[in-house]
Design a protein around this ligand. Structure first.
Ligand code: GDG
Length: 735
């Protein structure tokens, strides 16, 4: 990999100003702490907002200089821009929407404009600093437009994007007024990574539904590029947490920090005393009020735990200027007060509440000393705190209670999983954790530790960047097979030299673009002109080879100097001759298959049946895209039960399932066509899966060309039907 440029809203360090002096402090948050060591070791450049509103050019220069020592480059943002971009579109539009808090989501044009502006400023800074072929790794929801801004101006860059928060279901995402722009922005990346498979499939589903692109497993086929989607659950710097935990726990009691000594005193205040820990930013996604209510329920249900257990809540101040966060703070403090007021005593606070952030060392003391971690977000992209808690459990004793709405739950199957909205469920989980045997604790913790140690943040970052390099290789491979000016020259030269030539041309998606209504795809003047011009050359035979029924092809091309092959080869009409069909299968198979297809039409609005001589076709191009794909899978299974001994097969095309008599496909039809003539130039162009038969069966010397970016056995690629037409134009007027 060439040089790496990391781009995120915040840099791994912040610049602060006090008494006219600038100071550098490490930024909090999972992304900054997680990637920091990777950044240092890989000699990358990190581009982001320094967190300060620089007042003058001199100050900007001073900030830049301080940052350059950290391999960082600033994007300076003015105060008003930050308000609309950061507090506005990022945190009042995207953050609530992507976490399913639609009621908090604000749609304001000025937020959107600022968001565009900031993404453009990032693009500008990166472009000014990126060398040819550099890799850019863009992070998170503040920069969703950046990949495409970069790709449009600098196609040479390898662009990766990672989303740290959930990608919501299509039903929620579609609410966003700028949904298409956001998707297109992201699709400028070559690789897009998510924490979980669910987020990835939500994204793919939105792309399919809103932009209509074809998706083949994890590859999205754009008009002229491919975008790869994959899952990379973010890890932590395991080593760092483990070693710090060993260090703080091995200190003699008198040398421990004040906080650590307080915890020791609390735990030793009574035999069997237990400490439950929760750590999160004060955010409505974290389920903090629900957690307090569940703890209250637990204390009511289990009075025997009075004075024996406390919940230590570290809530880190966050987005303090935003009203919802201020309201949340009041609500949380009221709830804490009411629980402590109701259950507490002179020497026992059921809830120990901190509203601040703590130094790293204190954080580790909390992790390693507490018996249970109670992490119950209502929605969370990953939740690194869960992993950090486990890594700090160097004595392997501890229990993790984790919300099933956190991305981390997918990897931490041995944790006690809870629905954070179910207060009874969370209260039961607390009881279960308090009564869990040491052996069981140790078994769970050790298993999870092994997993998160193996897939730590270094592995995560290298897996992502390796996948980005691999996607680059696949893209390069595809690029190399694209019909270039050089290839065109070669095709043209061979065409001129050849004595007997044949061109097999698919119709829909190859000579003509796809239309929602197949009837609208009738040939335009340019197609007729092309056919007429090409057929002037006496040594050239033109064959239109299509899955369409013979009547349509007849209507469109009768009288033209072109051979027509209809229904994938079931019918052929040589120039100036009549249609010739295959012998009809005597078995009345259609009567058996038709009712099955009809049941699918009934259950899949927008789908329809087409009857051809040798086949029955179920079309679902106009149906809901996901339902169509699902039904197509079902239909294949259903129909395959009827195929035995019937000499029938299933052919899957673009949004169609065709049940047809065996041995009929474009490959056998083309082989049949060329078998008696010695052609010294054969070319085949097609866009569909059914054209793959053609590409495979034609002789090795044939020029086979795939339209689009999907995987193919063809030797070459072109982007779309317009490129097909311009390629054919090059062959006109040659003798
Ligand atoms: C996004 C996603 C996803 C917290 N309090 C203190 C402190 N922290 C550190 C923790 C941890 C980080 O902050 C919080 O972890 P999150 O996982 O919640 O990460 P965020 O950056 O807030 O959020 C989230 C994450 O990105 C990574 O992709 O997991 O779902 O929302 O590292 O240790 N650190 C210190 N003092 C504190 O008081 N020193």
């Amino acid at each position: 990999m060439d040089r790496l440029i990391i781009a995120s809203n915040r840099l791994p360090v912040s610049i602060q100003k006090s008494d006219e002096k600038l100071t550098v402090t490490p930024s909090a948050g999972g992304l900054a702490t997680g990637l920091k060591s990777y950044h240092k070791n890989n000699n990358s450049i990190w581009i982001g907002w320094p967190g300060i509103d620089a007042e003058s050019e001199d100050e900007k220069n001073a900030v830049s200089e301080l940052l350059s020592k950290e391999q960082c480059l600033p994007v300076f943002l003015e105060k008003e821009l930050v308000e609309n971009f950061y507090d506005g579109f990022s945190n009042a539009t995207l953050w609530p929407l992507f976490h399913y808090f639609t009621e908090y989501t604000e749609f304001k044009e000025r937020y959107w404009l600022a968001y565009n502006k900031v993404n453009e400023l990032f693009a500008q800074t990166i472009i000014e600093n990126a060398q040819e072929g550099d890799t850019v790794w863009v992070h998170d929801y503040q920069l969703l437009l950046l990949p495409n801004l970069l790709k449009a101006q600098r196609p040479d860059l390898n662009i990766g994007f990672f989303l740290h928060i959930p990608f919501p279901s299509y039903e929620v995402f579609r609410i966003l007024p700028w949904r298409e722009e956001i998707l297109k922005g992201l699709l400028g990346a070559d690789l897009i990574g998510f924490h979980t498979y669910d987020y990835a499939r939500h994204f793919i589903s939105s792309v399919k539904r809103l932009l209509g692109y074809d998706v083949d497993f994890n590859t999205i086929a754009l008009e002229n590029r491919q975008v790869f989607i994959d899952v990379f659950p973010m890890g932590i710097d395991y080593e760092k947490f483990e070693s710090k935990a060993l260090e703080v726990q091995s200190k003699p009691i008198q040398e421990r920090s004040k906080m650590h000594q307080d915890i020791d005193r609390f735990l030793m205040g009574m035999p069997d005393r237990k400490l439950i820990l929760s750590i999160d930013r004060l955010d409505y996604t974290k389920g903090i009020p629900e957690r307090i209510k569940a703890f209250k329920h637990f204390l009511t249900k289990h009075p025997e735990y009075k004075e024996k257990v406390s919940l230590l809540m570290l809530t880190v101040p966050s987005r303090v200027d935003v009203e919802q966060y201020q309201n949340l703070r009041s609500e949380v403090e009221e709830l804490v007060g009411s629980v402590n007021g109701k259950f507490g005593s002179l020497n026992w606070n059921p809830i120990i509440y901190f509203y601040r952030s703590l130094p790293f060392e204190n954080l580790i003391e909390l992790y390693s000393s507490s018996d249970i971690a109670l992490l119950t977000p209502l929605r969370d992209g990953m939740n690194l705190v869960a992993k950090e808690y486990l890594a700090s459990k160097t004595n392997h004793k501890g229990v993790l209670i984790l919300s099933e709405m956190a991305g981390a739950t997918k990897e931490l199957g041995e944790a006690i999983s809870v629905n954070p909205n179910n207060i009874q469920d969370v209260s039961d989980a607390i009881y279960k954790a308090l009564t869990m045997s040491v052996e069981e604790q140790s078994k769970g913790v050790t298993t999870m530790q092994k997993r998160i140690k193996r897939y730590d943040v270094h592995k995560w970052a290298s897996e992502f960047t390796n996948a980005l390099t691999n996607s680059q290789k696949k893209i390069a491979e595809h690029q190399a097979r694209k019909v270039s000016a050089k290839h065109l020259e070669q095709i043209k030269n061979d065409f001129i030299k050849a004595k007997q030539k044949v061109l097999f041309l698919d119709y829909d998606g190859t000579l003509q673009r796809f239309y929602g209504n197949p009837e609208d795809a009738k040939p335009d003047k340019e197609i007729y002109d092309l056919i007429d011009a090409l057929s002037l050359n006496k040594s050239t035979e033109l064959v239109i080879i299509s899955g369409r029924d013979k009547n349509t092809l007849h209507k469109w091309f009768d009288g033209k100097q072109v051979t027509l092959i209809a229904e994938h080869g079931a019918w052929i009409k040589h120039v100036n001759k009549d249609w010739k069909g295959r012998n009809k299968n005597q078995v009345k198979w259609k009567d058996n298959i038709r009712p099955i297809l009809e049941s699918y039409v009934d259950r899949t609005p927008g789908s329809l049946i087409e009857e051809k001589t040798y086949s029955l076709v179920w079309h679902y191009r106009k149906a809901d895209i996901e339902l169509g794909i699902l039904r197509a899978l079902e239909l294949k299974t259903d129909v395959s039960n009827f195929l035995l001994n019937q000499e029938l097969e299933i052919l899957e095309g673009s949004k169609v399932i065709e049940v047809k008599e065996t041995g009929i496909n474009k490959g056998t039809a083309a082989s049949e066509y060329i078998k008696d003539t010695d052609y010294d130039f054969i070319m085949a162009i097609g866009d569909d899966w059914t054209d793959e038969y053609l590409f495979r069966e034609l002789p090795e010397t044939a020029f086979t060309i795939k339209v689009g970016t999907n995987k193919s056995d063809a030797k070459y690629y072109v982007d779309n039907y317009l490129e097909v037409r311009s390629l054919l134009k090059k062959l006109i007027n040659t003798k």
